[in-house]
Every structure is written in C-alpha cells, then in structure tokens.
Design a protein around this ligand. Sequence first.
Ligand SMILES: Nc1ncnc2c1ncn2[C@@H]1O[C@H](COP(=O)(O)OP(=O)(O)OP(=O)(O)O)[C@@H](O)[C@H]1O
Length: 372
Amino acid sequence: MSVTISIKHALKKYGENVIIPDLNLDIKEGEFFTLLGPSGCGKTTLLRMIAGFNSIEGGDFYFSDRRINDLDPAKRNIGMVFQNYAIFPHMTVRKNVEFGLKNKKLPKAEIASKTDEFMKLMQIDQYADRLPERLSGGQQQRVALARALCIQPDVLLFDEPLSNLDAKLRVEMRTVIKNIQHSVNITTVYVTHDQEEAMAVSDRIAVMKDGVIQHVGTPKNIYQRPANLFVSTFIGRSNVMNAKLVVEGGRTYLLTQKGHRAEIQNVMDQYRQNQDVIMSVRPEEFLLTQDATVDGIDGVVDDCVFLGLNTHYFVHLDSGEEVEIIQESSIDSIIRPGTHIKLQLNTEKVNVFTADGSANILTGVCNDCAAS
Ligand SMILES: Nc1ncnc2c1ncn2[C@@H]1O[C@H](COP(=O)(O)OP(=O)(O)OP(=O)(O)O)[C@@H](O)[C@H]1O
C-alpha cells in the first residue's frame, strides 16, 4: 500500500551547523517527487531522515497518519536505490533480488515466485545466476531496482541512482525508472542535482537551496513561472537583465535599460508600482528580427552556433548586457556575427522578479510548498 509523506518543521544540524532550518513538505500518495538542488543543499540529508538513517533534531515525519520519527529504519518498509548502496558483489543476481524477501522471512515458494516476477519485470531474468561484476552498470541498477521493488515497499527512495552511468544509459534508465514507478504506483522520493533528469521523471519537484525549499511544483510550472531568481537560473537557461516597472494610466510596462518599453499584463496587484526589477527571459522566448523598423531592444550578434535543429545566437545589447537566444534553424536566414538586430519581448513569456530576486511578481507561480 502506498502512503503520503508529510514533513513538518524538520530541523537538522551537524554539531553547530544547521543544515535544514525548518522544512515543510507534503508528498502525495503514488507521487514521483524529486528533491533537486546544488551540491550540499541538503537533499541527501533529508532523504536519509526519511529513511531513518539520520537523526532528526526537530519536527515530525509521517507516513500517512503514522509518525515515523522513532521508527527503526528496517520497520519503515522502504525500498532504496542509492548510488553507493551497491548490490552485493559476492551474490548472484537472484540472491541479490531475494535478499529483502528472505529478511522478511517469507515462505520459500513465495520468495522464489516474487524473485522471478521482479527479475522479469526488470528484464534481468536471463542473468539470474551471474555475479554483478559480469553485468553492465545499467543492468546492475536494474538489479538494485528489482531488489528494492520486490519487498513491495510503501515508499521508494532514490539517491542519485544514475550518476555512475554514461550519458546515454542515464537517459535510458530514467525512462525505465519512471515507467516502473508509474506502473507500481509507489510513493517515490528521488534525489538529483541534474535538472534535466528531474524534469524528465518527476510529477513534482522541490527546488532546494541551503536547506530551504525555494519552489515546489510541476516541472512545467517551475520552468515557466519560477518562484524566484535562483529557481529561474538553476532550472534551464535564463537571460537576466535589469529593468524598471512603470505604472501609467492603469497600465503596467517593463522598461529595459535603453528605454525600450513593453506592456505587461500579469503583474500581481501588490507589486503594481514603479520599481526596479530583474527580468529573466528563456533563450527560446526572445523574438529576434533584422527589421530595423521594429520596436525592440537593439543589439549586435557576437557569435552564432548552428546546432542542427536550433541555432544559438550570442548577442551584445546596446545596454552592455549579453544575451543568448535560441532560434529554430532555417537554411536561408542564419544571422551572421556583426549584424544589427532587434529583440522583441513576448511579455507573456518573460519572468519578472523583485530587485533582490526573492520573489516572482507575476501571477501564475504555483508554489505547492506546505510552508508557503
Ligand atoms: N555526516 C555529516 N557530518 C557533518 N556534515 C555533514 C554530514 N553529512 C552531510 N554534511 C553536510 O551537510 C550539508 C548537506 O549535505 P548533503 O549531502 O545533504 O547535500 P546534497 O544536497 O545531497 O549534496 P550532493 O548533491 O553533493 O550529495 C553539506 O554541507 C555537507 O557537508
């Protein structure tokens, strides 16, 4: 049976160092939930608190209605696939998979049938009698996954499970993990620092920094309406520029450094006032034209990189700012370095933050964090 995970006011310290000051989080039943953030932000620490391997200095952890703070890790019914939680090298694939079932002291026939079932599910049944050293990295992770799944856990925990694999296998294995998770529907917490991996597998993502959750939302919401400047620059690429918000006659405009003005509709009421802001634009969201009569931001192409489907332009704006623009490639319209161009802002696609970067001032930020 799958469970919800609820974390209320979690506090974690190592000695005097506060790693997680006050964290609140609600994970839904059957959800694929990812903790994403830069190295050292506390993802593994939080995962290990959920697993029961780390002490909890404050707060409450629940699996559904059951408080688990003092529950022994072995009694939490958790399946784990950790980067350094390697499968046993001296045991065959079959013995590795049946390990958890033996610990549960299930009848022999049930152990054999469940082991077969999960080796088949993970497509490793043909290697049942091999030792792990004769398997590829991807196959070894399939063994780890089969071992985690066959005990029918309430919760699955993954800590950077793909980081030892090469790029191609990482992409293949993340699809395997996502599909298996959806078919077994077990509440899953997945730790990674790779934002593309997080976007590819997750139902929802929590972006963390310094032990504090910055934004909880679907991959699409986090990408399109990041809650603050940190999230905007950590997830995907963003061009960040200084701008001013100008309110005139009931209308709101974004004024860029060289005086270009574009009307913006979706500013939250409490922020609708003249103020310095930071504007962030995804490289694919600029409209770039060579038409000098268009009302746009002036710049000169410094470099262009043709990458097949897309062409990347590096543009020097008259304000001194540098931006990257991605356009779909078209054989006859590659713009050469040195060309004067105009950039138009699609104000529905830009994000605008307070001058300190701490908040997105546009509507549409959906922060599902319990603490917010
Ligand atoms: N056993 C420990 N004793 C003291 N400090 C620790 C211990 N484990 C982790 N830390 C510190 O806690 C902070 C968070 O570490 P944690 O491993 O949770 O980060 P992370 O986000 O998972 O990073 P990474 O992606 O590099 O694994 C780091 O500053 C780390 O140095």
